[in-house]
Design a binder for this molecule. Structure first.
Ligand code: GLY
Ligand code: MN
Ligand code: MN
Length: 444
């Protein structure tokens, strides 16, 4: 594990430090989900639960109880079961939860209805992620009602319910040095995967074959799963922002847009590259590509502590609008086009998002009604794009169906920023050189 036990302990302590007196926080593990009949989707632990415990198993609940005499970190989990373990593998069990994960106290999940009301009893406030999972909401209320039913025997049910997400997600937004290292590694693996797909690409290759190249590189590096469904869109498919069919053949003369990132020990990378299927940009593709790249460079150049969240977006809007105006895809006066949002026809998303354990990571973008100011430890994507709809009859035919996005992952540092994913070729010259070299090696 790249994140140490001590770091998990620090995370729990940081959360408990901001909890109100006489409170308890309850965080459930992610449920298992059926894919079809008796097969399940690959299990992925809930990010909040994993952030606080490092515990991988389903059917578990964390209770954090600051000041509890018999231990503040309580874990409910599946009991050991030699019979089930023959089929499904090792379970930590309550003993393992204490021994391996540092729980102060642990109980079988089957006993939770008997034990948890006792832990809630006498606590004034309950923190949990309200409204995220209807089943869990109901369960919490049942535990509270079990105490309410005993008020005449002197039981005191909690009176306040507070949303846990606010504090927890603010903590998750600031990455520690260890988290930044894992994210840099996820970025490097993903960068290698993109370069691999570029080398493999040639006309006639299927979109899913580029996806397979990407996933192979992830898995061979020990990052067995992508952080989100891989997008491989050739030609006009690149204009569909979250295209995941990946079923078409790639054609000479088209671009291909790949948006893919691995998940490494719970942390996501998120990279997009767009390159010509036959290894050479056409003049139109190149002209639009240079605008997107200039927008990305300009936005990245201002990332440092003190920059507010919306600034890089505004910078990218200006560069893209100017570029589209110069090429004649937009007509009018620059400031008016920006003020009217005319660019949205071609650039309809924002510059990026927080990145961390989730690809669209947690954390507020505004604080007190104002855009958040960047601070060291935050990680975000920078991903401007231009997408000319194949059906846009307001532009000359030669531009239609070109979709371009360039996306990198950026860590805000003490005095600026560090791009975690810049080992994938990005300039027109570097992409064409890599693809020409790969074609030579194929033909040799
Ligand atoms: N891969 C999803 C995104 O770029 O936001
Ligand atoms: Mn992204
Ligand atoms: Mn992406």
């Amino acid at each position: 594990m790249r994140i140490t036990k001590a770091e998990f302990t620090r995370r729990r302590k940081a959360l408990m430090d901001v909890m109100e007196p006489d409170s308890i926080a309850i965080v459930p593990a992610a449920p298992e989900r059926t894919r079809s009949r008796d097969t399940e989707y690959l299990y992925r632990q809930d990010s909040d639960f994993f952030y606080l415990t490092g515990f991988h198993e389903p059917e578990a609940v964390l209770a954090l109880i600051p000041g509890r005499e018999h231990g503040e970190f309580v874990l409910f989990c599946r009991d050991r079961d030699p019979e089930r373990e023959i089929w499904d593998g090792y379970r930590a069990g309550p003993e393992g939860a204490c021994r391996e994960y540092g729980a102060d106290d642990a109980f079988p999940i089957d006993d939770i209805d008997d034990i948890l009301p006792g832990l809630l009893e006498g606590r004034d406030r309950v923190y949990y992620a309200m409204g995220k999972d209807a089943n869990f909401d109901r369960q919490v209320m049942e535990w509270v009602n079990a105490i309410r039913a005993k008020v005449r025997s002197g039981a005191t049910p909690p009176g306040e319910f507070l949303d846990l997400s606010h504090f927890l997600h603010d903590n998750r937004l600031y990455k520690s040095a260890a988290e930044a290292r894992v994210m840099a590694e996820a970025g490097e693996i993903s960068a290698r995967a993109h370069a691999r797909a570029m080398r493999y690409c040639q006309p006639g290759v299927m979109e899913y074959q580029l996806e397979a190249e990407i996933l192979h590189e992830f898995a061979m590096a020990g990052a067995r799963h992508p952080a989100y469904s891989t997008i491989v869109g050739g030609g006009k498919n690149g204009c569909v922002l979250h295209y995941i069919d990946n079923s078409a053949a790639l054609k000479a003369g088209d671009l291909v847009l790949i948006d893919a990132g691995c998940e490494l020990e719970g942390y996501a990378a998120d990279i997009t590259r767009t390159f010509p299927v036959n290894g050479a940009f056409s003049p139109e593709q190149r002209a639009l590509y240079e605008i997107v790249l200039a927008a990305q460079d300009a936005a990245t150049a201002i990332l440092k502590p003190g920059t507010h969240w919306n600034e890089p977006h505004e910078v990218s809007v200006r560069v893209i609008t100017e570029g589209l105006l110069q090429l004649g895809l937009l007509e009018g006066e620059l400031e008016t086009l920006i003020a009217d949002g005319a660019y949205r026809r071609f650039y309809m998303h924002r510059i990026g998002h927080w990145l961390g354990m989730d690809v669209h990571d947690v954390g507020d973008y505004k604080v007190g009604g104002e855009w958040r100011v960047l601070e060291p430890g935050m990680v975000m994507t920078v991903e401007p794009g231009i997408y000319v709809s194949p059906d846009d009859e307001q532009v000359a035919k030669k531009w239609r169906g070109i979709g371009i996005r360039i996306e990198d992952d950026v860590l805000i540092t003490k005095d600026g920023c560090e791009v975690l994913t810049n080992t994938v070729p990005k300039s027109v010259a570097a992409i064409e050189a890599l693809m020409a070299q790969a074609a030579l090696e194929r033909d040799a």
